[in-house]
Write a protein that binds this ligand. Structure first.
Ligand code: GDP
Ligand code: ZN
Length: 355
């Protein structure tokens, strides 16, 4: 194991440069137990705590390290150290707390490829797929769509091309966790030093795919946790930054699992069902509750039945939702433009050859 295989690319090398003189070393966060972090470098696992100053800054609007992060560590004794700084992230998945507060919490960082898993077993959902794509774009990781359970689908091609038109420029691979062969397209995203993660609704086969990729390594994972247990460490059987036998890495954390497609209209409606109920009494069906005549929601604020702060928060979340949507549409049209450019260049090249 070396740092390159853990993903320490030029980007992190450059950002780490300023800490080298301070006798700090770069480590990658593999998991976290409350205040204790487990980091990895070429020597193996380290137990890390946070420097007081770092904690103070994180508490005051900074960011705490999360799984996948690179940190600058001061060694105390063998494989024990203190995290002094967090290196800038190439990508990050944030959990946005819905409701009144819109605080953000990093759940995983420095993921290169985000596999969006959808089932091919008859209940694939294109709207949900769009939301997951938005989430991926927001993070900075490159999305790849996996249509799992291809063994249960009679017309894989039809679904694949339907998905391709929706996710322009995004690779789409039909796979089956049941048959290992079909996973070969994933290898190109999981070369040494590269990190992937899986998102998608419960039951689409994320665990099955990860287990399949782990293959025989599963036993090794078991061995490591037994070793940890023997040393009396608090341990989970579940590795969060998982090193694959072929060299790539997968981040699988409860945080990633729980990642809701934030910004989902349904989510907003559920979170503000009182406002939705009031809205049915508005004069206009498309009332924005911003001063239109006959607005039942504004009326409820006037009588005190609805908290004005709550309505403000609703407006704010709705606006952010629109922003996310607009951003995705813009991205898609940019990708489409560059695709057309490529096609017209190809056509020109063909014409030239024909002459
Ligand atoms: P997760 O919730 O996304 O992690 O989904 P799981 O990996 O737990 O899989 C949910 C169910 O789907 C399990 O019963 C799996 O055995 C089944 N499953 C997963 N992948 C496939 C597949 O490729 N084909 C079929 N037929 N079943 C699968
Ligand atoms: Zn209204």
């Amino acid at each position: 194991m070396n740092l390159l295989n853990l993903g320490f690319s030029q980007f992190f090398e450059d950002n780490f440069g300023r800490y080298r003189g301070d006798n700090l070393r770069p480590l990658r966060i593999a998991r976290q137990h409350k205040n204790l972090y487990i980091g990895l470098d070429e020597t193996g696992e380290w137990q890390l705590d946070l420097a007081g100053r770092f904690r103070h800054e994180a508490d005051n609007g900074g960011s705490f390290p999360t799984v996948g992060d690179w940190v600058a560590v001061a060694a105390r004794e063998e494989n024990h150290g203190t995290i002094k700084a967090l290196l800038p992230r190439k990508s990050v998945f944030l959990r946005k707390e819905a409701g009144l507060r819109t605080a953000q919490q990093a759940v995983a960082a420095n993921i290169d490829t985000i596999f969006i898993v959808n089932g091919l077993d008859g209940n694939h959902n294109l709207r949900r797929l769009e939301r997951y794509l938005t989430l991926a774009y927001e993070s900075g990781a490159a999305p790849v769509i996996l249509l799992n359970k291809s063994d249960l689908c009679d017309d894989i091609e039809a679904v694949t091309s339907e998905v391709e038109t929706l996710a322009i420029g995004v690779p789409v691979h039909p796979v089956s966790a049941l048959s290992g062969d079909s996973l070969s397209p994933l290898a190109e995203y999981l070369t040494p030093g590269r990190t992937a993660a899986f998102i998608g609704s419960s039951g689409v086969g994320k665990s099955s795919l990860i287990n399949r990729l782990l293959g025989e390594e599963r036993m090794l994972v078991q061995e490591i946790s037994e070793q940890d247990a023997a040393r009396g460490r608090h341990t989970t059987t579940h590795r969060e930054l998982i090193l694959l036998p072929e060299g790539g890495m997968v981040i699988d954390t409860p945080g990633m699992r729980e990642l809701q497609v934030w910004g989902d209209d349904d989510g907003l409606k559920q979170a503000f069902d009182d406002i939705e109920a009031l809205a049915s009494g508005c004069r206009f069906r498309d009332c924005a509750h911003k001063g239109e005549p006959g607005c039942a929601v504004q009326a409820a604020v006037e009588t005190g039945a609805l908290d004005a702060d709550r309505l403000r928060s609703y407006h704010k979340l709705k606006k952010e939702l629109r922003y996310l949507e607009a951003k995705q549409t813009q991205k898609a049209s940019l990708v489409e433009k560059s695709r057309w450019k490529q096609i017209s260049l190809l056509q020109r090249a063909h014409k030239k050859q024909g002459m």
